[in-house]
Design a protein around this ligand. Structure first.
Ligand code: AMP
Length: 218
């Protein structure tokens, strides 16, 4: 069935894009081009009124919040850091799963540092999650905001610990870091612009319902 009101879906390249494809297929939507082979940022689909825009993972909530896209798929980590303003969050899609953890150098006694009430220097891209987590434990931290390669921070003496996404744990292991606390499990969620949900209720609800029926429970 074709929609009459155009729908724009914001996705990021990589795991989220790949793992959203089967959900789109359940809604009868196939993306016409492979983002890994194309430089296009707007991808048409087999449905003339549905298109996909490719944005950075951290920009998905912003695009949806301000109506640059009607809906999008974003990790729980990204949504917490964004704050979620203006977003309706109807579904946990149970895709792109990983966890947010605290990691330190293998020779750093994290438990002892926490017990002694030491002020920890923590490097992370996820400052909101880290701030909330250490506050809930009553641990004093100096947060150092980084945008990538967090694993380097404890190795160079920039920080005592990092808060980062962990999937297999291979990146930590390759850099002689150990996971000392698991903060939360992460998966990607469907987010919808609140105004669009009213103005384009029928086509959006059709996609949300199809996604809901296709989610593989964890
Ligand atoms: P791994 O070596 O499998 O534990 O993966 C860890 C690396 O992949 C870290 O650099 C993470 O920032 C990144 N990573 C893992 N899972 C995700 C995810 N779901 N979304 C984005 N980045 C991820």
């Amino acid at each position: 069935m074709t929609t009459t009101q155009p729908i724009t879906l914001a996705l990021s390249k990589g795991r989220i894009f790949e793992e959203t494809l089967p959900l789109l297929a359940a809604a009868g939507i196939t993306v016409a081009e492979d983002p890994e082979k194309s430089r296009k940022l707007i991808l048409p689909t087999n449905q003339p009124d549905v298109r996909v825009v490719l944005v950075r993972a951290t920009d998905v909530p912003t695009y949806v919040q301000y109506g640059g896209a009607d809906m999008g798929v974003a990790g729980k980590d990204t949504l917490i850091e964004h704050g979620g303003q203006g977003l309706f969050r109807p579904l946990d899609l149970c895709i792109a799963t990983c966890r947010v953890s605290v990691a330190v150098r293998a020779d750093f006694d994290y438990a002892q540092a926490v017990r002694q009430g030491a002020r920890l220097r923590v490097a992370t891209k996820y400052t909101q999650i880290a701030r909330d987590f250490f506050a809930s434990k009553g641990v004093h931290v100096d947060l150092i905001k980084l945008y990538g390669s967090m694993e380097l921070a404890p190795l160079t003496g920039l920080a005592d610990a990092i808060v980062d996404l962990v999937s297999t744990g291979n990146t930590l292991k390759a850099n002689q870091l150990v996971e000392v606390e698991r903060i939360m499990d992460i998966s990607s969620h469907l987010v919808v612009n609140q105004a669009a949900l009213k103005l384009k209720q029928e086509p959006l609800k059709r996609i949300i319902d199809a996604f809901a029926g296709a989610i593989a429970p964890r």
